[in-house]
Design a protein around this ligand. Structure first.
Ligand code: NDP
Length: 275
């Protein structure tokens, strides 16, 4: 039997951990997979996606900067992808119709609740950032019935638009980063900004960090370090987004194969490789 054809589309993709994660999942079931990295600009993406599908592609992941385009490609987006207006997982049915989902949100929730043991129900959540990652996780966070989600972004209009789109799902509001000084505090501070890639952390008052039960960065590796250091100084528990990366991959893997992989050993393996 030929290998299951899977791929990651985006730019850049060369340093992605996804092939190793999916290979480790496949080994748990004795499955033969071929998970390729396909570098694609927005212009080239539709053509490359169609070539992948017509040559036997079963499903794929999508990363920056193609998640919105991927959502627009799908005839059948999930409710999560529709709320996010972005997809990180595509697959095709027997008629060749394209389906889309966004597993970033379920992946984050699985890490926070399943792996780290937090119950988000009743939590006050401060979500920093209003880009694709924040959009991808907000619906899944609200589905856990937190007391509130406050989105703070450098560009307030993006936070307001995101909050507006999710009004029907739960208690969500937007504030300007410059108003964070008056913020009463949160149980969970989530960093969904890309500031870590610039060697810095988002603006956040010390008090908001110090009073949180958990500070969680969706970033990992060096990009999570500036916020991790700040949380350490505030003596607040901190986790990076490596667990989320593995969990969102597991959700995609299950969509494509019908098999739910164990994530803990794969996270341990990836963490070792990242040191
Ligand atoms: P986007 O480019 O869509 O959005 C970036 C966000 O970060 C915006 O809200 C932007 O604010 C904000 N931002 C950028 N620089 C700064 C800064 N210096 N200070 C404050 N805010 C800043 O990126 P994504 O949302 O797609 O990704 C965000 C991060 O999440 C990335 O680092 C990515 O690696 C990570 N991620 C991790 C995943 C995982 O599985 N662990 C999954 C998906 C993403 P503004 O709107 O004002 O420009």
């Amino acid at each position: 039997m030929s290998a299951l054809q899977l791929a990651l589309f985006g730019s850049p993709v060369a340093r992605s951990k996804s092939p190793r994660i999916h290979q480790a999942f496949a080994e748990q079931f004795g499955l033969d997979i071929d998970y390729r990295l396909i570098e694609a600009s927005a212009e080239a993406f539709p053509g490359k996606l169609e070539s992948f599908r017509s040559e036997g592609g079963v499903g794929c992941n999508i990363t920056l900067p193609l998640k919105t385009l991927a959502f627009e490609q799908a005839a059948h987006p999930s409710q999560g992808a529709t709320l996010a207006q972005a997809a990180n997982t595509l697959w095709w049915d027997e008629k060749g119709d394209c389906h889309a989902d966004n597993t970033d949100g379920p992946g984050l929730v699985a890490d926070l609740e399943g792996s780290l043991g937090f119950d988000l129900a009743g939590f006050r959540i401060l979500l920093l950032g209003a880009g694709g990652a924040a959009a991808g996780v907000l619906g899944a966070l609200l589905a856990r019935k937190p007391a509130s989600v406050t989105i703070a972004n450098r560009t307030l209009s993006r936070a307001s638009e995101l909050a507006q789109r999710h009004q029907s799902v739960g208690e969500v509001n937007a504030i300007a980063v410059t108003d964070l000084g008056d913020f009463p505090g949160a149980d969970l501070v989530l960093d969904a900004t890309s500031s870590g890639h610039q060697g810095t952390h988002p603006t956040i008052p010390y008090q908001a960090l110090a009073s949180a039960k958990l500070v969680y960065s969706l970033n990992y590796g060096a990009a999570a370090a500036p916020l991790g250091e700040l949380a350490r100084l505030a003596d607040t528990q901190f986790h990076d987004g490596l667990g989320m990366l593995v969990e969102q991959a597991a959700c995609s893997f299950e969509i494509w194969t019908g098999k739910k992989p164990a994530t803990a050993p794969v996270l341990a393996q990836i963490s070792m490789e990242s040191v």
